[in-house]
Write a protein that binds this ligand. Structure first.
Ligand code: PEP
Ligand code: MN
Length: 349
């Protein structure tokens, strides 16, 4: 027989109504058995609870809701454990160089999509710092759809980010693409970003799980919320508990935005996990005119922060030009976000 993942795990509880008949309990057990699962009856004083044990994917398909005597179904064993709110009900607050994301702290992460030059990065870092950003973002190693596009300045960009942090004091968020560069990136990064394209790169996740740096994990454009949580589980399992999740838009049939911002994923994630959840309105929108509205939606939906792309002269940018907010316009943007975050009971991280 082929071994199935979690085949002997408790998947959910069937709560029976008070005084349900033995025949009703039997009917539930029969249905579980027919699905290749087992039911374990735990009798109570007034009613009983049936634990459903078996393969998760098989059990997912059976419906017990309508059966006589069934009061409700309670999922108890999620495939992810360490990231689950069931395991740790209190929200995780990630601290980086005195900045905080999570709980009552709202993180405003801003900066260039890509480090293109020293001047472009320092000008942007100063602008976002003066406007009240909590961290500086900037790509040194860029995942690009075309191998002919600009793929980042690599080590040179890391040195520029280092200088920008020295000057502004802002913690640096930058992407790691390849496990071979983990030490080089971790030397400069205060937070290591795992980009959307790498969310399911399990070797990379394992690598950052062993690293002493918080991780900003972006949701893959074709990944479900549960897959995002499983990816985070890889990192926590290796011993790194400091993970920030990021919704950045998913691929749908809709073509009027670059990706479809799954705003519903924010409250869903907040319900399922104790990890902070932030939103990237820039990559979701794909157009700078839409970024403020999506950012406001993120705050209102209960996000713990946003990550936004900013550039002094977007028309000259080498990557993601249409979605970059102009430095000159960033302060008004940041003020509006800070005001909304305050309304939501958050303080800027
Ligand atoms: C980025 O943040 O620069 C980036 C490449 O984003 P994503 O991985 O979400 O596409
Ligand atoms: Mn970008």
């Amino acid at each position: 027989m082929i071994a199935v993942d979690g085949a002997h795990e408790l998947q959910f509880l069937v709560i029976m109504r008070p005084a349900s008949a033995d025949a009703q309990v039997e009917a539930v057990l029969d249905r579980l058995l027919a699905a290749g699962a087992q039911g374990r009856v735990a009798p109570g004083r007034e009613s009983c609870v049936i634990g459903a044990i078996g393969d998760r994917s098989l059990l997912k398909q059976i419906t017990l809701d309508g059966l006589p005597g069934v009061e409700r179904i309670l999922p108890v064993s999620k495939p992810y454990k360490l990231v689950s709110r069931e395991t740790s009900p209190e929200p995780t607050v990630i601290q980086v160089r005195g900045r905080r994301v999570g709980g009552s702290h709202f993180g405003l992460i801003a900066g260039p999509c890509t480090v293109e030059s020293r001047e472009q990065t320092l000008v942007t870092a100063r602008a976002v710092h003066e406007a009240g950003a909590s961290m500086l973002r900037g790509g040194a190693f860029k995942p690009r759809t075309s191998p002919y596009s600009f793929r980042g300045l690599g080590g040179e960009a890391l040195a520029i980010l280092d200088e920008a942090r020295e000057e502004t004091g802002l913690p640096v968020v930058t992407e790691l693409l390849d496990p071979r560069y983990v030490e080089q990136v971790a030397e400069v990064a205060d937070v290591i970003q795992i980009g959307a394209r790498n969310m399911s790169n399990f070797l990379l996740l394992t690598e950052v799980g062993r690293c002493d740096r918080p991780v900003l994990l972006k949701r893959g454009p074709s990944s479900s919320v549960e897959e995002l949580l499983m990816a985070a589980e890889y990192i926590l399992k290796e011993g790194n508990p400091r993970v920030i999740l990021c919704e950045r838009g998913i691929r749908t049939f809709e073509a009027s935005t670059r990706f479809t911002l799954d705003i519903g994923a924010v409250p869903v994630l907040k319900e399922l996990t104790h990890l902070p959840v932030i939103v990237d309105p820039s990559h979701a929108a794909g157009r700078r005119e839409l970024v403020p509205a999506l950012a406001r939606a993120a705050v209102a939906a209960g996000a713990d922060g946003i990550i936004v792309e900013v550039h002094p002269r977007p028309e000259e940018a080498l990557c993601d030009a249409p979605q970059l907010i102009r430095c000159a316009e960033f302060r008004a943007f940041a003020d509006e976000i800070a005001g909304l975050a305050a309304l939501m009971g958050r303080t800027m991280g």
